[in-house]
Design a protein around this ligand. Structure first.
Ligand SMILES: [Fe+2]
Length: 258
């Protein structure tokens, strides 16, 4: 059994609530699909928690933005990444600073593993965004209707199961192509030997599917469980509003889940 988190975006309250939920379920193994930082007010705290709790993490576009440079960011997101970099650079403790920068600088673009499903094995791949452009390509639910050729091409790069984040919208893509919201699956996707799936696990720290609760998944045998966790988003909003350099939109969207 393991949990997968993505798109924490420096939201300490959401991350803490999700980690508590994971612990309550007795899950000991945590993987992370990137975007630990960016947008929110607690980059150091979120990095430290992920470094401590996650077995591994792949590179997200916002992690890339802070360590290297922002690419294709809107003004607000770019400002947030410059501010985040300054916060990390201002750390006075050399050991903490080194550990955070080393973590960001060593994040891999992809990860894979063969998972035991009980009677069979599943080949699992993990990227932040998409199997062909691992840190920057968005796979939107609408692509299934507006750009089915794109989704089919993406599936050519998938062996079996590919976990992604990036859009902050949880759900399951099949290669028809088709898209299913977690609610249409009663919150559980059963992995099958003969079915490829791209599974978006949603966002811990900035959900955009009109549900403001933190999103993550855990995998138990062959079942992928979609979970939502309430957290104190008002505290997170206040912290963002208190930082001049962070656009207030990043606070408001937490309340609305957009
Ligand atoms: Fe993100």
């Amino acid at each position: 059994m393991f949990a997968i988190l993505s798109d924490i975006h420096s939201n300490l309250e959401a991350l803490t609530a999700v980690l508590e939920d994971i612990e309550k379920r007795g899950i000991k193994t945590i993987y992370c699909l990137g975007d630990v930082i960016g947008y929110g007010a607690n980059p150091k705290e979120c990095l430290d928690l992920i470094i401590e709790k996650a077995s591994w993490c792949v590179l997200g576009n916002h992690d890339y933005a802070v360590f290297y440079e922002p690419t294709n960011f809107n003004y607000g997101a770019e400002q947030a990444s410059f501010w985040t970099r300054e916060v990390l650079e201002a750390e006075l403790r050399r050991d903490l600073s080194d550990r955070r920068w080393r973590f960001l600088g060593e994040l891999p673009m992809r990860w894979s593993l063969d998972a035991d499903m009980g009677n069979s094995k599943a080949i699992m791949e993990f990227v932040h965004a998409s199997p062909r452009r691992p840190i920057n390509e968005y796979i939107f639910p609408d692509d299934v209707y507006t750009n089915p050729a794109k989704v089919r091409l993406l599936f050519e790069r998938v062996n079996h199961i590919c976990f992604v984040g990036h859009t902050h919208m949880p759900g399951v893509f099949l290669d028809e192509p088709d898209f299913y919201l977690p609610s249409e699956l009663d919150g559980v996707y059963p992995i099958r030997d003969d079915e490829k799936a791209i599974i978006n696990i949603g966002s811990v720290g900035q959900p955009r599917d009109k549900d403001n609760r933190a999103s993550y998944v855990y995998v138990n045998k062959n079942n992928v469980h979609f979970v939502r966790v309430k957290y104190d988003f008002q505290t997170t909003m206040k912290k963002i509003s208190a930082v001049d350099r962070l656009d207030n939109f990043h606070a408001e969207r937490l309340r609305d889940g957009r």
